[in-house]
Ligand binder design. Structure first.
Ligand code: 0X9
Ligand code: ZN
Length: 439
């Protein structure tokens, strides 16, 4: 009890100081611990810690017994927390990140210099990424354009790069990244893929834009992304106002979609990282994305949402592990993508249902795409790494991560092509899968 009180009070103080300070949030001597609960009781302890949610930030939420949980812990809590946790005999504890601020500082040295174009050896700001997208669209204006699908809470354009050699008649692929602001590798990989789609001479890559139209949103949460550059590298949510008297901002844009909204694995508390918002699509960003997807849903064959970290290929649903008719087909394609990734650098991804691999999480974008539109293929990715650097993946991994992800993309699209061909043969099972259902 005493322990809980001390932790609560110190963390409350921390929550306040973080909220009211307009300065950069610093993480000096914050450590990331990896806990591996060995019993249900130990798992419950972690859930309680997660629910306290004051200053201790879960980089990866509590899963099942035996599965790792990564928790970022402020220095003054480490002394209280660690003895309490390690008193539990079996709980595996190791330090994964010694000093979060050191990683952030190292990364800051590699942020793209002002006025330089993206080169995928450093992370770009939102301005860099938007400039790149605009320049690419201008240079390929016969087949590409940047569409503003709306405006973010803070008034920024929500940009989708549209690539179509067909006059928008071909099957379409939706691909979004950085819906969670701190997951920088997802946005960097996304611009790398855009560059390949528009500039590569490799026939296999050229074919990707011959057979499909692409709608690509490399920064789905621009306000949050800017905030990770200016103020808090560990920010996840949007930046909208909430009713919180503490002044907490933002909702989790991957808990805010309108299918099985608020049915578990999301929070009603505005200060939480998984706050689902007041209603489904309360966030202008998810509203704009879903409105736009509605306009292409009848020819969309793939809804792809890319996050980091953990190296997972995730199948819907996140609200429950309900199996659907094409579940095994999704597993097969996921496993083919996993094998394609491993071929290059032997990077190991794990394939499976969101609930089975992670935790229940309702209101996610892939649940909406699958549940409302039954888009032919719906997958979420969690890119590198498995926790050594977590969200602060060094920039020298942008290119390798992008190359292996491109391999996965080529494989998944090859699978889609097979299904389109199978569609020519009436009554085939695959053909059924490819026919989009009306909302
Ligand atoms: O919890 C999430 O939203 C994702 N993990 S992350 O660490 N990147 O935040 C998992 C996405 C799974 N998708 C759904 N829950 N629908
Ligand atoms: Zn994410």
């Amino acid at each position: 009890m005493k322990f809980a009180l001390v932790v609560t009070l110190t963390l409350l103080g921390l929550a306040f100081s973080n909220q009211i300070s307009a300065e950069r949030v610093k993480y000096d001597n914050y450590k990331v611990y990896r806990f591996i609960p060995q019993t249900e009781e130990e798992r419950q302890v972690l859930i309680q810690l997660q629910e306290s949610n004051l200053g201790v930030k879960f980089w990866k939420g509590v899963k099942s017994v035996g599965q790792p949980v990564d928790v970022m812990v402020p220095p003054h809590v480490q002394m209280d927390l660690l003895p309490a946790m390690t008193r539990r005999e079996n709980m595996g504890v190791s330090v994964f990140v010694e000093d979060v601020q050191k990683l952030i500082d190292q990364e800051a040295l590699t942020i793209l210099k002002e006025g330089r174009a993206l080169d995928w050896t450093s992370y770009g700001t939102l301005a860099d990424i938007y400039e790149f997208l605009d320049a690419q669209a201008a240079a390929h204006s016969d087949i590409a354009e940047v569409i503003s699908i709306g405006t973010s809470f803070e008034g920024r354009d929500l940009k989708v790069l549209s690539i179509s050699k067909s006059g928008n008649t071909k099957p379409a692929i939706w691909y979004d990244a950085t819906i969670h602001a701190r997951e920088w590798i997802s946005g960097a990989t996304c611009t790398y893929i855009v560059n390949e789609l528009l500039n590569s001479a490799d026939p296999a890559i050229v074919q990707l834009t011959v057979d499909f139209d692409w709608k690509i949103m490399c920064v789905a949460n621009p306000d949050g992304y800017v905030y990770t550059h200016t103020t808090d590298r560990m920010w996840r949510k949007t930046r909208s106002n909430t009713t919180s008297p503490l002044g907490c901002k933002g909702a989790d844009p991957n808990r805010n979609w309108g299918y099985q909204f608020n049915t578990g694995g999301s929070s009603g508390l505005p200060c939480d990282d998984t706050y689902h918002g007041t209603t489904a699509f309360s966030q202008v960003e998810t509203k704009a994305m879903s409105d736009y997807f509605n306009t292409i849903a009848d020819r969309a064959v793939f809804f792809l949402s890319v996050h980091s970290y953990s190296q997972f290929i995730l199948l819907p649903y996140g609200y429950s592990n309900t199996r659907y008719p094409d579940y095994n087909e999704y597993m097969r394609i996921g496993n083919a993508a996993k094998a394609a990734i491993a071929r290059r650098y032997n990077t190991q991804f794990t394939v499976g249902n969101i609930v089975d691999l992670l935790y229940p999480a309702s209101g996610g974008s892939v649940d909406w795409a699958k549940g409302i539109h039954d888009t032919s293929l719906v997958l979420a990715f969690e890119l590198r790494d498995t926790g050594r650097y977590g969200f602060i993946l060094p920039a020298d991994q942008i290119i390798p991560s992008s190359l292996e992800f491109l391999d996965a993309l080529l494989e998944m699209v090859a699978q889609l092509r097979d299904r389109i061909e199978a569609k020519q043969q009436p009554r085939s099972a695959s053909a059924e899968l490819l026919m989009p259902k009306k909302a």
